[in-house]
Design a binder for this molecule. Structure first.
Ligand code: TYD
Length: 321
């Protein structure tokens, strides 16, 4: 099996993240943007893809609030470019288009209940709306053109290589630099945390065993309030860095809440578990420990990725090949 990784290397991307794959004979990296239809058509022609797993997205809600247009461009325009290329290059009923999506398309929950396959679409941030649009486009290509597709809607991911704008790596980065850790509002919003390796395992099972035209919900079943999560994470960090328990909690700083902040996400993945035999293998605390270990071991990665010149250097390494 051959893998082609198409990545635009935007601010959150970094070739160093896939450095371990470069030497694999069945792996190719292509620098480019999914909104570039000429490029995408050329890649379909070149590699004769059997399947597309579409992970490429702008994904940070706060950025979508300040710059919604970029989200529509990548997440909606980019998805239609990939879908059109699939339609143009695959005969009806051939190929497989797997759209990797989010539980945020379902909006926000109150203190109880879970998102299920029957939850109505009710996105509330520009990010969530752009991913909801992409989900609808994928289903429409299935119904209209017979495109074989799969959709996965997944809860909050965390783990190695996550860009330090998302809550968990941001906390670790700020703790390392001993700078304030911003917690929005009172920190009582709730998220369902999924360790990235559990997500990847689910995606692989869905891709190879999922039934065409289906949607699968994937969650960690590990809910925490943001404040509870930040405190638990800092406890792990303090323990692993030999600090007294509670040492880093003084860095917590309550800041103005996010506009339209969704109160709670929680997802019922029991159908996926029953049908495909997948289940998350990491409790939140186990996942946090692994994550802290990784970021401590890769502290230079963390400083480098925040440095523009470093990313430009890595991008130029590719351009100069
Ligand atoms: P985030 O990692 O941005 O994911 P999402 O918004 O997709 O859930 O944020 C997770 C939660 O943490 C969310 O409720 C917003 C909150 N948050 C903070 O309190 N402080 C921060 O600095 C960030 C980035 C997020």
């Amino acid at each position: 099996m051959r893998f082609v990784n198409l990545d635009a290397l935007t601010y959150a991307g970094n070739l160093e993240n896939v450095a371990g794959l470069t030497d694999q004979p069945n792996y190719s990296f292509e620098l480019g943007d999914i909104t570039d239809s000429v490029l995408v058509e050329r890649l379909f022609d070149l590699y004769k893809f059997d399947a597309v797993v579409h992970f490429a997205a702008e994904s940070h809600v706060d950025r979508s609030i300040t710059d919604p247009t970029t989200f529509v461009r990548t997440n909606v325009d980019g998805t239609i470019v990939l879908l059109q290329a699939a339609r143009n290059n695959w005969k009806a009923g051939q190929g497989l288009f797997h759209h990797v999506s989010t539980d945020e398309v379902f909006g926000t929950l109150g203190p109880t209940g879970l998102f299920t396959l029957n939850s109505p679409y009710a996105p509330r941030s520009p990010y969530a709306a752009s991913k909801a649009s992409a989900d609808h486009l994928v289903r429409s290509f299935g119904a209209t053109y017979g495109l074989p597709y799969l959709i996965t809607n997944t809860s909050n991911n965390y783990g190695p290589y996550q860009f330090p704008e998302k809550l968990i790596p941001l906390v670790l980065n700020n703790a390392r630099q001993r700078i304030p850790i911003p917690v929005y509002g009172k920190g009582d919003n709730v998220r369902d945390w999924l360790f990235v390796e559990d997500h990847c395992a689910a995606l692989e099972i869905v891709l190879f065993q999922g039934s065409i035209g289906s949607t699968y919900l994937i969650g960690g079943s590990q809910e925490s309030s943001n404040l509870g999560l930040v405190k638990a994470l800092l406890d792990v960090y303090d323990e692993k860095t030999g600090q007294a328990s509670g040492h880093s909690q003084s860095l917590i700083s309550f800041v103005q809440d996010r506009a339209g902040h969704d109160f709670r996400y929680a997802i019922d993945s029991s159908e996926t578990q029953k049908e495909l035999g997948w289940s998350p293998q990491h409790s939140l605390i186990e996942g946090l420990k692994k994550t802290v270990d990784w970021y401590m071991k890769h502290s230079s990665w963390l400083s480098n990725i925040l440095d523009d010149s470093y990313r430009t250097y890595y991008k130029s390494q590719y351009d100069n090949r």
